[in-house]
Design a protein. Structure first.
Length: 539
């Protein structure tokens, strides 16, 4: 297998494995020259995937030490395949250097790397040993020069022109290069030659420059063929989510926001749009084909989770429901998933608290309901910060964390009056006396107002078309309930007549024609409509 890089006609071979090199493939060959070698599989270089792979390699190093250097590359043409970490002081936590190296290799294998791990007294000696020796290598302090002397010069990442010069001098190993006179090296090769000689001796004094941990985790994949159906796309998302969640667990973190970016295919001068009738895809001529060819259409979806999560199956199900509700309009050629890290959710259950549904299962259920009833129709009502009556918005439902203290405070809370609101409010006619309500007529019945409180005038949104203004009153009125609306338990035993057989009648016969009660109602006058309404009753 060989990797191609660069745009035509400057496409060249960027990398090749041992089998391809045995067939005659060389690094730097043009595509035309390389295609003359038969039996080789060709792939294109993907810089975004290299960046995400290097970030995963950094995550492996952060599992051991917080001091990690991003020794990614020396030039734009080199592969970002190396990281360095400082394990000084980690022996008390993770064991000997041999055990730490074994742990690093095992963690890297879980992510998908076949890594070489080396331990040395300085960063550059460890880098050279990891590039030159396979598997795990531990070099005792002070023995870097002797151990690195057996390596060939390409292990030092020497530039090709300088490597040719040393080869003509008959220098092939690091020990031969380290034995040359320092003054002669500086005179002929300059300070770069002096730096490389220090590398060959394993005594480069370069300090380690640590890198800050990431604030966002990314995984991406460029597809070889466009994907048109959702099912094969979910296989790609499943693989990326597995890698993303594994990296989060390495940092003992979770995520509360997932962003998926799908790169859609551009078909030359054709603009892909959803068909208005069949729901499929139809091709229409684009008005500006040249300008659109330079733009890459993206389909971006963002999921904000109510609780931190790090389970790939849970995130995959939410993404599947989201893409079913908002499908892309063209085949997909690249996928990128970004996760915002946060602390993992910790919860301690109580012995005497009722069991509540798992937040992950509840979120999947809510997502399924939303896919059926429509977006924005599932959630919990939240009051708005305004004086407008009954003003609320639909927010995401979050299962509250229950605790023993919260349950105890709930039991100690005193009961308060509640207002049962009529929706819609009942239209009414109000009789005024000295500009105050004295009687009310609603549903064809007149009631006298015994006591009242108010008015409370509220108004707002005067600058918009939804302006409102009203006066509110709380009034006490008499309520007459007919005998057939009452329940038998509301009347004394002596007021209920019995049948000759001694059984109670289904409809009690009262000695009084009706039951007299009083109730407190909320009424208001809409100042813009100049009409009265009964808003509710106090319970």
């Amino acid at each position: 297998m060989a990797i191609l890089d660069g745009a035509a006609p400057l496409t060249k071979v960027f990398a090749a494995n041992a089998a391809a090199k045995a067939m005659g493939v060389e690094i730097g060959m043009t595509k035309v020259q390389a295609e003359a070698c038969s039996g080789i599989a060709w792939r294109w270089r993907s810089r975004p995937q290299e960046a995400t792979a290097h970030a995963a390699l950094l995550d492996c190093a952060w599992t051991i030490s917080p001091r990690v250097e991003e020794n990614a590359k020396g030039s734009e043409e080199e592969l970002p395949d190396t990281v360095v970490l400082d394990i000084a002081g980690c022996e008390k936590l993770f064991g000997s250097p041999e055990k730490i190296a074994g742990d690093l290799k095992r963690v890297a294998a879980k992510v998908g790397f076949d890594a070489n791990v080396a331990v040395a007294g300085n960063p550059e000696a460890a880098i050279c040993a990891a590039r030159g020796f396979p598997g795990i290598t531990v070099i005792p302090a002070g023995s870097e020069g002797d151990r690195l002397g057996t390596l060939l010069l390409p292990s030092l990442k020497i530039p090709p022109e300088l490597l040719d010069t040393l080869t003509r001098w008959g220098i092939h190993t690091c020990a031969e290069f380290a034995a040359l006179p320092e003054v002669a090296i500086v005179e002929r090769l300059g300070q770069e030659g002096r730096r490389l000689q220090l590398l060959a001796r394993g005594c480069d004094p370069k300090p380690l420059i640590p890198k800050e941990p990431p604030t966002q985790f990314d995984e991406c994949m460029e597809l070889e063929f466009p994907v048109e159906l959702l099912e094969p796309l979910m296989f790609v998302l499943n693989r990326l989510l597995d890698q993303l969640c594994m990296r989060l667990r390495m940092h003992v973190l979770a995520t509360n926001e997932i962003k998926v970016t799908l790169t859609q295919q551009i078909n030359g001068g054709l603009q892909v749009q959803p068909a208005p009738v069949t729901g499929g895809l139809q091709a229409q001529p684009a008005p500006e084909a040249d300008s659109r060819a330079k733009e890459t259409p993206l389909h971006v979806r963002t999921l904000k989770l109510p609780v931190p999560a790090k389970e790939s199956k849970f995130l995959l199900k939410l993404l599947q429901l989201e893409l079913q509700a908002h499908p892309p309009s063209a085949p997909i050629v690249a996928v990128r998933i970004s996760a915002v890290p946060t602390r993992s959710r910790t919860r301690q259950q109580g012995l005497f608290l009722p069991l509540s549904p798992e937040p992950e299962r509840l979120e999947v259920t809510l997502a399924r309901i939303q896919s059926m009833v429509g977006e924005g129709r599932v959630g919990a009502p939240v009051l708005l910060d305004t004086h407008r009556p009954n003003a609320f918005q639909q927010a995401r439902f979050v299962l509250p964390e229950s605790s023993t203290k919260a349950a105890a405070s709930e039991r100690q809370r005193q009961a308060t009056a509640a207002l049962r609101i009529y929706r819609p409010p009942l239209p009414a006619f109000v009789e005024l006396r000295d500009a105050k309500p004295a009687g009310i007529v609603c549903d064809g019945a007149r009631r006298e107002i015994l006591a009242l409180a108010g008015p409370w005038r509220t108004k707002g949104d005067w600058w918009s078309e939804t302006a409102w203004a009203r006066d509110e009153w709380d009034v006490l009125i008499k309520t007459f309930w007919p005998k057939f609306q009452a329940d038998q338990s509301d009347f004394p035993e002596e007021k209920i007549k019995r049948n000759p057989d001694g059984l109670k009648s289904k409809i009690p016969t009262l000695s009084e024609p009706a039951l007299l009660e009083t109730a407190v109602y909320r009424i208001y006058r809409d100042l813009r409509l100049r009409r009265w309404f009964v808003e509710g009753i106090y319970d």
